[in-house]
Design a protein around this ligand. Structure first.
Ligand SMILES: Nc1ncnc2c1ncn2[C@@H]1O[C@H](COP(=O)(O)OP(=O)(O)OP(=O)(O)O)[C@@H](O)[C@H]1O
Length: 307
C-alpha cells in the first residue's frame, strides 16, 4: 500500500478514523478503516459500487455511529463539529426543492449556524452570484448542484464532504463545479469527495484513497498509485511475427495481443524498447505510462484475489 499521509506536527487532523467498523445486518460495510486527513488537504475517495464510500461519509458526518473504533473531526465527535458548522456536506439524495430564491435558501441555512459565511461570499465561491434572485425550483441540474454546494458552504465549514458531487453533470457543469471547489480549497479548507471518475480524482485531489470491501487498500497521489501497480505499456505492431520471446525481454511482466498489436506491460520501458529495437520489432511503437484505471483495477482485483 502506498502511504503518503503528510502530518503537520502538532496539528489535530481534520478527519481521523481509527479501526472503524460498520455492519448493516449481515453486511460488513466497513471492516476497520484507519485514515487521517490533515487540514487543507483535498482528498478523493475512490471505490466500486458498494465499496463503503457512502458509509465512510455517513460516519464522518455523525449520521451513523461505528460499531467499533472511533471517528473524530478536529479531535471531537462528528456531531459536535457538525453542530458548530465546522463541516459542510453535499450528499447524494435529492430533497424536495422549496419555492424560494437561491439567496433566500442560502441565507436561511446560514442563519442556523453560529459563525456563518457571508451569503454573498458563499454564492461567489459556488459561482452562482448571477442566479441569486432565481427560484431554486426553476434551475437546471448543474445549477442546482452548485446551489447545493453554496448551501454546504453556508455554515463557513473548515471541512466539506461531497458524495459524488458531479454525478449526472455534463462536461461544462463539471468544469464549473470543480472550479468552485478549488476556490474553496484555496482558502486552506479541507475537502473530501467520493467519485467513480478516476480522472476527476487525479485532476482535483492532492491524495486518493482507494476503498474496497470496506477497507482502504491504497493511499497516495495519482502518480504514486500508478507507480505502485508498476510500469508502463509498450505496444508494437506484430507485422506478421509471433509473440514468442517477448515475455522474456527485460522488464516485461506480461504480453497481451489485440489484433495485430502486442501490448507489453513492463517495469523498465527503456530496456524493453532497446531490446525490441535489437529484434527489429519497433514498428508502430507506442510507450505510455500505466493509467489510473489500470492502477484502480489492479488494486481492487488484488483484494478480490486475497479474499
Ligand atoms: N442502510 C444500509 N442497510 C443495509 N446495507 C447497507 C446500508 N448502507 C450500506 N449498506 C451496504 O454496505 C455496503 C457499502 O455500501 P456504501 O453505500 O457505503 O457503498 P458505496 O461505496 O458508497 O457504493 P456506491 O458507489 O454504489 O454508492 C454495501 O454492501 C451496501 O449494500
Amino acid at each position: 500500500m502506498t502511504k503518503t499521509t503528510g502530518t503537520t506536527a502538532g496539528a489535530l487532523p481534520a478527519v481521523s478514523f481509527t479501526g472503524a467498523v460498520k455492519t448493516f445486518g449481515g453486511v460488513r460495510a466497513l471492516q476497520g478503516v484507519d485514515l487521517r486527513i490533515q487540514p487543507g488537504e483535498t482528498v478523493a475517495l475512490l471505490g466500486r459500487n458498494g465499496a463503503g464510500k457512502s458509509t465512510t461519509i455517513s460516519l464522518l458526518l455523525g449520521l451513523n455511529e461505528p460499531d467499533e473504533g472511533t471517528v473524530r473531526l478536529f479531535g471531537a465527535p462528528p456531531e459536535q463539529a457538525v453542530r458548530a458548522g465546522r463541516v459542510g456536506a453535499m450528499l447524494q439524495e435529492g430533497r424536495a426543492v422549496p419555492r424560494v430564491t437561491v439567496r433566500e435558501l442560502v441565507s436561511f441555512v446560514a442563519r442556523r449556524y453560529p459563525d456563518p459565511m457571508p451569503v454573498a461570499r458563499a454564492l461567489r465561491l459556488a459561482g452562482i452570484t448571477e442566479l441569486a434572485e432565481r427560484r431554486v425550483d426553476r434551475l437546471s441540474g448543474g445549477q442546482t448542484q452548485r446551489v447545493r454546494f453554496a448551501v454546504a458552504l453556508a455554515g463557513n465549514p473548515s471541512v466539506i464532504v461531497l458524495d459524488e458531487p458531479t454525478a449526472a453533470l455534463d462536461v461544462e457543469a463539471r468544469h464549473a463545479f470543480w472550479a468552485s471547489m478549488r476556490s474553496y480549497a484555496r482558502l486552506g479548507r479541507t475537502v473530501l469527495f467520493s467519485t467513480h471518475h478516476l480522472e476527476e480524482a487525479d485532476a482535483h485531489a492532492d491524495r486518493i484513497l482507494v476503498i474496497d470491501r470496506g477497507r482502504i487498500v491504497a493511499d497516495g497521489t495519482g502518480e504514486q498509485l500508478k507507480r505502485s501497480v508498476g510500469g508502463s505499456l509498450v505496444a508494437i505492431d506484430l507485422a506478421g511475427r509471433g509473440t514468442e520471446g517477448l515475455e522474456r525481454l527485460p522488464g516485461v511482466r506480461s504480453v497481451e495481443v489485440r489484433g495485430e498489436r502486442a501490448r507489453l506491460r513492463t517495469d523498465d520501458p527503456d530496456a524493453t524498447v532497446v531490446a525490441l529495437a535489437e529484434l527489429g520489432a519497433i514498428r508502430g511503437l507506442e510507450v505510455a505510462p500505466a493509467s489510473l484505471d489500470d492502477a484502480f483495477l489492479a488494486l481492487t482485483a488484488r483484494v478480490t484475489e486475497a479474499a
